[in-house]
Each structure stands twice: as structure tokens, then as C-alpha cells.
Design a protein around this ligand. Structure first.
Ligand SMILES: [Zn+2]
Length: 166
């Protein structure tokens, strides 16, 4: 499992990609420990939640809260970002596989998504936060900033692992 995790992290392959390349399969436990060493606590908890099935959702939302300016829905937007990034909505067209098979049986890249996941709908976001769907548009740009801050953790982790694997 952790090999797949690292392959995903280092290769940036699709979210549901289950095949690890043979190079990553050869990584020993100490190699893996080395790859992950030096990550900050928020990175480790993000990793554990996203890839290893642990539940640090509340902790991560709290971490995010501390970096988010005060507003009426500050807490809810942070919880939503954690939920959306860690439980992404799979692309309905390719089911997260990033490619589709046409009638001739040929595989081609999905034109609906790039990574196999698509954003939650506005209605679903609004419902999660507890506001009317119409009100969401007033919060969208603020939410995007919150989401991006959390997403940066993922980007930093990938960079870190790539650097260590060199
Ligand atoms: Zn797709």
C-alpha cells in the first residue's frame, strides 16, 4: 500500500492508479521512512488521512482554521475544504480512471477531467456549509483560497518525496 502511495505521490499519477512502478516496489521500509522524514506534522497527518485511512479531518480543519482570516463561515469553509480534498468526487465520466474507452475499444484521455476527480457541486458545498445554494457564490472565492491553502500541503509533500527519491 505504501509503495502505491509513494508511486502516486512521486509520479503524480491518477488518484485511483493502483499500479506502482517496479522501481517503487523495490523500496524498503527504511527507504520509505527516509522519503517521508522531514515532513511537518500537518503533512504527515494529511498523508495519513488521504492515503492510509486515518481520520485527522478535525485536526486538519483546525490547522487550516488558524491560517484563515475571520469570517462568518470560517470554520465551515475549513471543514468543507478538508472534506472535499480528502474525499474527492470522482469524475462521473471516467469514474476516476482519467481515460475512457470509445466504441471501437480504444482508450483515450477523459475530456471531462485531468486527474480523475472533479469539484463538488456548488449545491453540495452550500449544503455542507449550511447555506442556501444561491448564497454560495458570495463565498466561492473565499473558499477557493481556503481550499488552495490545504491543497498546497499535497503539493509540498509530492515535492518533498520527489526530492528525496533523487
Ligand atoms: Zn474523467
Amino acid at each position: 500500500m505504501i509503495e502505491n502511495l509513494l508511486a502516486r505521490l512521486a509520479g503524480g499519477s491518477s488518484w485511483r492508479e493502483e499500479q506502482a512502478s517496479s522501481a517503487f516496489n523495490k523500496l524498503s521500509v527504511s527507504d520509505i521512512a527516509y522519503c517521508l522524514s522531514g515532513l511537518r506534522r500537518e503533512h504527515k497527518r494529511f498523508l495519513e488521512t488521504r492515503y492510509l485511512g486515518k481520520d485527522w479531518n478535525e485536526w486538519l480543519a483546525g490547522w487550516l482554521y488558524l491560517q484563515t482570516p475571520q469570517s462568518k463561515y470560517r470554520q465551515e469553509l475549513c471543514q468543507l475544504a478538508v472534506r472535499e480534498l480528502l474525499q474527492p468526487r470522482l469524475c462521473p465520466k471516467c469514474k476516476g480512471r482519467t481515460e475512457v474507452t470509445n466504441r471501437a475499444g480504444l482508450k483515450k484521455p477523459c475530456d471531462r477531467c485531468k486527474s480523475g476527480i472533479v469539484p463538488w457541486t456548488k449545491a453540495k458545498r452550500a449544503r455542507f456549509v449550511g447555506m442556501k445554494p444561491d448564497a454560495w457564490r458570495n463565498w466561492e472565492s473565499r473558499y477557493n483560497q481556503v481550499y488552495k491553502r490545504l491543497e498546497t500541503l499535497d503539493i509540498q509533500i509530492r515535492r518533498h518525496v520527489k526530492r528525496k527519491l533523487k
